[in-house]
Ligand binder design. Structure first.
Ligand SMILES: Cc1cc2nc3c(=O)[nH]c(=O)nc-3n(C[C@H](O)[C@H](O)[C@H](O)COP(=O)(O)OP(=O)(O)OC[C@H]3O[C@@H](n4cnc5c(N)ncnc54)[C@H](O)[C@@H]3O)c2cc1C
Length: 352
């Protein structure tokens, strides 16, 4: 059987695309390798833009996806200047794995879903052949179009397009933590160990500490920063329940976004659609997945798909480029110091 479309990856981008193209009666296959032992490392915060995307489809969140506590502010910590400020935020705190499973459950039954790892994609005579390893067996599937919704380490992007966008290594540790007396969400800056940021967040009975680090010496810098942070906050984060890591994009230029051509298209983080300032990427995954689905629902002409997708993602690209500017203010130690010191936009804390 030859599929019309094979989608690699069923994160927010892939499941949105598959759910929306299912209406077109095309033969669609989704291949995804996420399971309990292979979960996406993520802060699991649903930003207002992502909530709005769900609202566009009249979708709601089941309560089992939400975790405790829900948060109203981010406690921003600068470890160099030893400053703490609070800023209002409107995120929903979620279990990222259950969120992904919920999104997959919304894909209609006429879409086939295979649980396996795509290990190769080749194009031959206008058809793509996708090799998938599942349960120690290797299977091959053929399609007319291929959609890379497989995140930052996208096999589709590596095979068919340039992949020289800057990347960080995101490292996260989970700790058992039953003390809810001081629950918070925190964003941490420490220019000595990272040119990016880190975060602390409570999720039910766990506390997560994670951060994005330059690839060189990432592990060492994670440990140095962790020890600084635990001293600064007097926090016990030594008893590691689990540790996870993955690559994450930091788009810096317009040409870091790759939308695709010649039957191969990229959505979500695989295309580079992620905020370079906060690493918020779920909203862009929804947006790009739904834009491409709309186009596929209207045409099968590859030239038109390429042109319309490039054009219709322009607003998203411009929005993400504004975040490059925002990043400059947040990540330049001097401007951050001034903003924090002058209490610009921060919440005045009572009882402190
Ligand atoms: C540490 C960290 C924290 C983050 N925190 C947040 C946050 O709090 N809020 C937010 O909005 N964004 C956050 N992001 C960004 C967000 O996770 C991504 O931008 C978003 O998940 C992108 O969605 P996606 O569908 O494009 O890709 P992904 O969510 O990465 O999904 C890709 C899917 O493809 C599958 N896959 C990959 N390769 C293969 C393969 N070869 N074969 C089969 N399947 C494959 C994966 O298993 C996965 O299910 C964070 C990112 C990181 C790294």
């Amino acid at each position: 059987m030859i599929y019309d479309i094979i989608v690699i990856g069923a994160g927010p981008a892939g499941s949105t695309f598959a759910r929306e193209t299912a209406k077109s009666k095309k033969k669609i296959l989704v291949i995804d390798n996420e399971d309990k032992s292979n979960q996406k490392p993520c802060g699991g915060l649903l930003a207002p833009d992502a909530q709005k995307e769900l609202a566009h489809y009249d979708l709601v969140l089941p309560s089992n996806v939400l975790v405790s506590p829900q948060i109203f502010s981010v406690k921003t910590i600068d470890l160099n200047f030893k400053l703490i400020r609070h800023y209002q935020r409107y995120y929903l705190n979620m279990d990222r794995y259950l969120f992904d499973k919920y999104l997959v459950s919304l894909i209609p039954n006429n879409v086939n879903i295979v649980n396996g790892r795509c290990i190769d994609v080749v194009k031959d005579n206008d058809l793509f052949t996708v090799t998938v390893s599942c349960k120690n067996k290797v299977k091959k599937y053929k399609s007319k179009f291929i959609i890379g919704a497989d995140g930052c380490s996208s096999i589709v992007r590596k095979k068919f397009f340039k992949d020289n966008t800057m990347k960080y290594i995101a490292i996260q540790e989970w700790y058992k933590c039953n003390d809810k007396s001081n629950s918070f969400y925190s964003c941490i800056f420490d220019r000595k160990t990272s040119s990016s940021c880190s975060w602390l967040i409570h999720k039910n009975e766990y506390l997560i500490y994670g951060g994005a680090f330059d690839i060189k010496n990432a592990k060492e810098n994670f440990e140095i920063q962790k020890s600084k942070l635990s001293k600064f906050l007097n926090l016990n984060i030594s008893n590691v329940y689990k540790k996870e890591a993955c690559l994450v994009y930091r788009p810096r230029h317009f040409f870091d976004f790759v939308t695709g051509k010649n039957g191969a298209y990229l959505i979500g983080e695989a295309a580079g659609f992620i905020s370079p300032s906060s690493f918020e990427g779920i909203s862009s995954a929804f947006k790009s997945g739904s834009i491409l689905a709309d186009i596929f629902n209207k045409t099968n002409d590859d030239k038109k798909i390429k042109r319309f997708y490039k054009k219709k993602t322009c607003v998203l690209k411009i929005k993400l480029m504004f975040k490059v500017l925002k990043r400059w203010f947040m990540y330049t130690p001097f401007t951050r110091f001034i903003i924090m010191k002058l209490n610009i936009m921060s919440i005045k804390m009572k009882n402190k």
